[in-house]
Design a protein around this ligand. Structure first.
Ligand code: G4P
Length: 538
């Protein structure tokens, strides 16, 4: 990508270089939703604070499906928002906060080039942050950190950074530094700009933050009082520790620039967005398997490619539609073009691709690498599908996780078996649940990573497919995809274990272990068979 930026810029390369595609990661309640809204506000995508929540509320009111989300008080769905900022086109991918939908979050993280981590200043590093950071590390995703809620009493900033470094294993480079905290919160000092951004305590409009240039500006010490002296002491410590910002190390995910602020008060968000759009990487290459072996698909390649990381149903409740979210990896998507589905080996008819702006959506004329487009479809697109202009290639790294919770599906009305199967197949293609059909009987076993997924499936079966089903406990402890190089050994394994084997939605063989002991004993007995915890889509 660098080389492309240095070479004479074609329109394609220039537009690609302006894209910033990222997701926000945080533990629930740290302020992800609030920060998302403020980023949209500063990005000019919405006019008034409260719009995002307001939109959410009206969507809830019109959608039965969303009613479930509202009942639970959680955000289940992932959405995509695009807005221009400075010279950039920012693509912000929202992720569900609840851990029962973590699979969705992990897949979304495969479609971004960087992430923004939000930390609550009072709570520091929390469990879900650790988990999400582990996922980011798999692909060395660069991270910018925002320490939120400085308007409340929190932990000392040096202690927080120390915790991030120790627990998350990434070096911190403060870009802004708080002056006071809680009732004494005076604002932040921007270490790179040598400028104070002063906090007034009001929920300011976006343009009204007062700034003062220079750490030694006349009168600043008197004005800020005791927190000023503390700031001087802390800056001295930071300088001794040697924590300068280094772009290459940030892009290599070795260090994280840290900003402090109070999202709810619009404070510190503009500086965050400025730093983020300046430093965050443009669209990166993506790894793909192809008949010749493997290759990295570069964003500046002329031909269009992309992959689907998410399918969302009922975004528009009036149409009961299914939208597949596709990340453009190379080339340009142009309205009306034929998309070649690598899995199906032919073109897929897509009536109209959509781009999402804040809470609105509109037909897309053109989309560049890093952009996310929404494709309406009626079951022809599955998670993990790769698209191209005809080239056979499969993007790798979009995970399917072995579920940890299992239920047997029991139909209330046996005549509805056909609708049930259709519903479950579609829901499993969306990644809402995993479906297993045992080899030796007609049961249907569902697998999920989080228990709320079952509630969603049950609700949607009734709401969308008119099928009433109950879910019963089943003696399954864990599932493993099985494979072996030697067909004879695989057959022997299959014959001896058919009572515990099933096929998943894609026809892959799965071992449903009754307990961890059962799994390890079976593994010991059949050393030639591989028991896989994750399987790649596609
Ligand atoms: P999440 O998406 O990460 O789960 O967090 P969300 O933005 O919903 O924020 C969680 C709570 O923290 C909300 O309060 C929100 O108002 C509050 N919050 C967010 N940013 C700040 C901040 O900078 N300072 C302070 N003091 N609070 C902040 P809530 O009471 O749970 O919800 P609400 O009734 O305010 O919506």
């Amino acid at each position: 990508m660098r080389a492309a930026m240095d070479s004479p810029l074609t329109a394609h390369a220039e537009r690609t270089a302006r894209r910033r595609t990222f997701a926000i990661i945080s533990h629930p309640d740290a302020g992800k939703t609030t920060l998302t809204e403020k980023l949209l506000l500063f990005g000019g995508a919405i006019q008034l604070a409260g719009t995002v929540k307001g939109r959410k509320a009206s969507r809830h009111a019109t959608s039965d499906w969303m009613a479930l989300e509202q009942q639970r008080g959680i955000s289940i769905t992932t959405s995509v928002m695009q807005f221009p900022y400075n010279d950039c086109i920012v693509n912000l991918l929202d992720t569900p906060g609840h851990e029962d939908f973590s699979e969705d979050t992990y897949r979304t993280l495969t479609a971004v080039d960087s992430a923004l981590m939000v930390i609550d200043a009072a709570k520091g590093v929390e469990p879900r942050t650790i988990k999400l950071m582990e996922v980011c590390r798999l692909r060395d995703t660069p991270i910018v950190t925002f320490v939120n809620k400085l308007d409340r009493d929190g932990r000392p900033p040096l202690e927080l950074l120390d915790e991030v470094e120790k627990v998350l294993g990434i070096r911190c480079t403060p870009v802004t530094w708080p002056v006071g905290m809680g009732r004494d919160f005076k604002g932040v000092y921007h270490l790179l700009e040598d400028r104070f951004y002063l906090y007034s305590g009001d929920k300011l409009r976006v343009s009204e933050i007062e700034t003062v240039d220079g750490l030694d500006a006349p009168g600043i010490a008197e004005r800020l009082g005791a927190p000023y002296q503390q700031l001087r002491d802390e800056i001295e410590l930071l300088q001794m520790a040697g924590t300068e910002f280094n772009l290459d190390e940030y892009r290599a995910a070795l260090l994280t620039p840290v900003f402090f602020g109070s999202a709810i008060n619009n404070f510190g968000v503009r500086e965050l967005l400025n730093g983020f759009t300046t430093w965050a990487p443009p669209p990166q290459s993506r790894h793909a398997r192809c008949p010749q072996g493997e290759r990295d698909v570069q964003p500046v390649e002329e031909k269009f490619t992309g992959f689907v990381f998410k399918i969302q149903a009922n975004m528009d409740p009036r149409h009961r539609d299914r939208v597949a979210f596709l990340r453009v990896c190379s080339g340009v998507y142009r309205k009306g073009m034929n998309l070649h589905s690598v899995r199906l080996g032919g073109p897929v008819r897509v009536s109209q691709a959509l781009v999402f702006m804040a809470a609105d959506r509109e037909a897309v004329e053109e989309a560049y690498p890093g952009d996310i487009i929404g494709l309406h479809n009626h079951g022809t697109i599955a998670i993990g599908d790769s698209f191209s202009e005809g080239e056979v290639l499969n993007f790798t790294g979009i995970p399917n996780f072995a579920p940890e919770l299992f239920r047997r599906v029991v139909l209330k009305d046996p005549l509805k078996a056909k609708q049930l199967n259709k519903g479950l197949d579609q829901l499993s293609e969306e990644g809402a649940t995993q479906v297993y059909r045992p080899l030796i009987n007609n049961d249907i076993v569902l697998g999920a990573v989080g228990v709320l997924q079952f509630d969603v499936v049950q609700y949607r079966l009734k709401d969308e497919y008119n099928v009433e089903a109950v879910f019963e406990p089943v003696q399954v402890h864990t599932a493993r995809w099985v494979e072996a190089d030697d067909a004879k050994q695989l057959k022997e394994f299959r014959d001896k274990n058919d009572a515990r084997l099933a096929l998943d939605h894609y026809g892959q063989l799965v071992y449903l272990a009754s307990s961890s002991v059962n799994l390890s004993m079976t593994q010991e007995r059949f050393p030639a068979v591989r028991f896989l915890q994750t399987r790649e889509h596609g």
